[in-house]
Design a protein around this ligand. Sequence first.
Ligand code: ATP
Ligand code: MG
Length: 138
Amino acid sequence: MTERTLAIIKPDAVERHLAGKIIQRIEDEGFQIRAMRRSHLSAKQAEGFYAVHRERPFFGSLTTFMSSGPAIVLVLEAPDAIKKWRTLMGATDPAKADAGTMRKEFAQSIERNATHGSDAPDTAAYEIGYFFAGLDLL
Ligand code: ATP
Ligand code: MG
């Protein structure tokens, strides 16, 4: 079933000029890019995006990092896109990520881990709506 997910090339990867390599890989793996935008989140916007993690000890550090510089936000479409993109990203902690995954290749740490991907259909719908209006996605 064709599905959409929200991907973010996080500020650590944008800063190191890895966006081109990551986007190339996204296309090589057969995703359609349905929307894309560069966005420098404010602290408040990063807190809203990661609100599910607000009780976690890393929340302050994570939202400071995510608002530290521009990110590139994409809507990806493919059959089974949510799981497909999370598999391509690899484990949250790059030390545990499989060879060939984005995080194994590009992450610097468990926090500065290069990419984000929605984890379920309901979070994908929320996250896509957080960044893109319906008319951007026709
Ligand atoms: P994402 O939601 O960004 O795709 P994920 O679903 O693999 O990542 P989550 O558990 O949702 O992982 O954590 C969200 C983000 O918070 C991680 O991607 C990472 O940047 C940061 N993070 C997660 N765990 C830790 C930790 N123990 N220490 C520091 N940062 C962390
Ligand atoms: Mg997550």
